[in-house]
Design a protein around this ligand. Structure first.
Ligand code: GDP
Ligand code: MG
Length: 239
């Protein structure tokens, strides 16, 4: 094991704006996630003014695991053993001390072969509708298993959101389960993903090896708090 863990206690110069410190803020914020509601259809979703971040991806991409890891809650987004069964849009509030400042949306995974064709078509429509019409949508995180690469449905999704990304919608392509790749495979997958992310960004993530968690948390925090320096959100350092 060659990885060195630099904790706030051992870091010689833990500046408030340092990576470790801001990741702490972002992860603390994500940890406040609470289940809000679940909607089987778009029109059942509450209209919200809070910025919303949607997690999308094909079934089995690692979406539930990613949400649970980010929020540090084992069962928040149920990591389903039956892929394709979570057919609802689930919303989770974020924000400390009862003051909600954002919403996470967990969209149903798509592309699972065993789902009846009619259900697939219905869900593609719900998903596309959500991505096009959800007014408070601030950012989209597309999760993709780099061993499979972007599938046809992922490509369609990218096409659907492209106009909104051009108008400022945040977008991140997260390559999950990167522990399954060696170093050169990972760097190759990342450069391909960066090209495919069209105006967004791509990053590597592994829940198992705990890679990319801080970076992803910080991205999400910054999407929701663009005008706020992360250092101002930190507790006072003391004299
Ligand atoms: N090796 C590895 N497996 C993972 C990782 N994240 C998720 N998985 C596994 O991938 C499968 C699908 O994960 P899940 O989160 O349920 O995917 P979802 O269908 O997109 O919600 C499960 O067996 C997880 O244990 C990871 O970072 N590394
Ligand atoms: Mg899931």
């Amino acid at each position: 094991m060659t990885t060195k863990h630099l904790s706030a206690h051992t870091a010689p110069k833990a500046a408030p704006t340092g990576k470790g410190a801001s990741a702490t803020v972002a992860l603390g914020w994500l940890h406040t996630a609470r289940f809000m509601t679940s909607a089987p259809e778009l029109h059942f979703l509450p209209t919200l003014a809070l910025p919303e971040i949607a997690f999308v991806g094909r079934s089995n991409a690692g979406k539930s695991t990613c949400i649970n890891t980010l929020t540090q809650q084992k069962q928040l987004a149920f990591a389903s053993r039956k892929p394709g069964r979570t057919q609802h849009i689930n919303l989770f509030t974020l924000g400390k001390q009862g003051i909600h400042d954002a919403v996470l949306a967990d969209l149903p995974g798509y592309g699972y072969a065993a789902v009846p064709k009619q259900d697939k078509i219905r869900w593609q429509a719900v998903m596309a509708n959500y991505l096009v019409t959800r007014e408070n949508l601030k950012g989209v995180v597309l999760l993709c298993d780099p061993r499979l690469g972007l599938t046809e449905l992922d490509e369609i999704l990218l096409e659907v959101i492209r106009p909104r990304v051009e108008q400022g919608l945040k977008f991140l392509l997260v390559l999950t389960k990167c522990d399954k790749l060696n170093r050169s495979e990972a760097s190759k997958a990342l450069s391909i993903a960066a090209l495919q992310s069209g105006g967004g960004q791509a990053m590597l993530f592994s829940a198992t090896k705990r890679i990319g968690i801080d970076a992803l948390a910080q991205h999400l925090w910054e999407w929701v708090h663009p005008a706020m320096s992360i250092s101002r959100a930190l507790p006072e350092d003391g004299p």
